[in-house]
Write a protein that binds this ligand. Structure first.
Ligand code: HCA
Ligand code: CU
Length: 385
């Protein structure tokens, strides 16, 4: 079952390079690839060497680093592109051709018969040239293509026996989890090939769709750091990790250096000149912040009450906010204990009431709360005099 046996195709340096804010130079690409390799992604996908002279040089430079991750490049379905890509020495080729009516009409103008012919020609040629390479064939815009067109194309390719993997792509982010499940399940049933899913996030379903693909037997999922890519991007690495963590924490801890995620998200955000959204999976500023008194009390007693993900697995800390009107005395007491103060319960309750009164006007910074707590017994004594 693929929820336990899957590989990540990390495409920050291919799909991610198509993000409006991404313009990585070679040193930056090597840094990103090194960080992803250390994290433990199984594949790193790079932009086509055909894209530009620098892209070609970058593919070669990354291959030279001899990372543990296998290096793939993503190319059009053409013999020329394939030859240029093979010349770099990559471990695998991801070949794609559009099959939806939209792409057939406005992108390459080919009929389904012509798509099959060119695919078989290019794939067979690549296999002859490079018997050892990992070869993937994908249909672009799979989820706006008709099922019968898709099956004609995929089955013809599968029958030729030259590819390792079939890719499915939700290019414009319109697929639902049920549709993804159904297509992946069909391909798993009809072929014995590995199946990849690549999902855009235009309608917010990229993680759910990737999860559905795995549930249906997909073996490979495309992700990028922070989900960067064309338009609003694809399945984010951290988001898919968050989703899968709940299924099988032990497996994820064994497969990946989860404690590197925070630095990776920040590295790519900085390189692209963007900030990490406050509500980002795992690495957003409020991802492990507890606020309401009822939550804070329970989390302090046992974090599992309101946390499905353990921050320390990611090298992060939970944060219990207490300087606001929803605060509760259990959380305030916990902070007083952390500060080494010996306040009675009655004192803590009084201090909490005081904090709530102040916070009704303006929330208090953590430092301000600490100052109040440190001064509390003295303040009370002074009041009592
Ligand atoms: C592209 C299209 C692609 C390809 C996906 C794939 C898409 O930008 O070239 O090859 O799996 O979203 O369809 O990224
Ligand atoms: Cu894409």
């Amino acid at each position: 079952m693929s929820l336990t046996e899957f590989a990540l195709i990390e495409s920050t340096l291919r799909e991610g390079e198509q993000f409006a804010g991404a313009n990585f130079n070679q040193a930056q690409k090597i840094d990103v690839a090194a960080a992803l390799d250390e994290f433990g992604v199984e594949f790193i996908e790079l932009s086509s060497p055909v894209a530009s002279a620098q892209s070609d040089a970058d593919v070669r430079a990354i291959i030279k680093q001899r990372f543990k991750a296998k290096i793939l490049t993503h190319i059009r379905c053409s013999r020329d592109d394939a030859m240029r890509a093979l010349d770099t020495g990559v471990d695998g080729l991801d070949i794609v051709i559009g099959t939806s009516p939209e792409l057939r009409k406005y992108s390459h103008g080919k009929t389904i018969r012509e798509i099959i012919d060119v695919a078989l020609d290019v794939l067979t040629y690549v296999r002859e040239q490079a018997p050892e390479i990992v070869l993937r064939f994908s249909t672009e815009d799979s989820f706006r293509s008709s099922e019968s067109d898709l099956l004609r194309v995929y089955l013809a390719v599968a029958e030729r026996g030259v590819v390792n993997r079939l890719g499915t792509a939700d290019t414009v982010g319109v697929a639902t989890p049920n549709q993804v499940y159904s297509l992946v399940h069909t391909l798993r049933r009809l072929t014995n090939l590995d199946i990849e899913f690549h999902g855009h996030n235009d309608s917010g379903c990229a993680i759910a769709n990737s999860y559905a693909a795995l549930d249906a037997g997909a073996t490979h999922i495309d992700v990028t750091v922070l989900g960067i890519g064309e338009r609003n991007g694809i399945t984010p690495l951290g988001g898919l990790i968050a989703r899968l963590y709940f299924n099988n924490r032990d497996l994820l801890l064994q497969k990946y250096r989860l404690d590197k995620l925070y630095a990776i998200d920040h590295m790519v955000a900085d390189l692209c000149g963007v900030t990490i959204p406050f509500n980002n999976y795992i690495t957003g500023s409020s991802a492990f912040t507890h606020k309401a008194g009822i939550h804070a009390k329970a989390v302090l007693a046992n974090p599992e009450t309101y946390e499905s993900i353990r921050p320390d697995d990611f090298g992060l800390k939970r944060n219990v906010q207490i300087g606001h009107r929803l605060t509760g005395w259990n959380a305030v007491r916990s902070r007083a204990v952390q500060l080494g103060l010996t306040l009675t319960d009655a004192q803590v309750k009084d201090a909490t009431a005081h904090i709530k009164r102040l916070a009704d006007q303006n929330p208090l910074e953590p430092d301000a709360v600490d100052t109040i707590l440190r001064a509390w017994p003295l303040a009370r004594e002074r009041e009592n005099v």
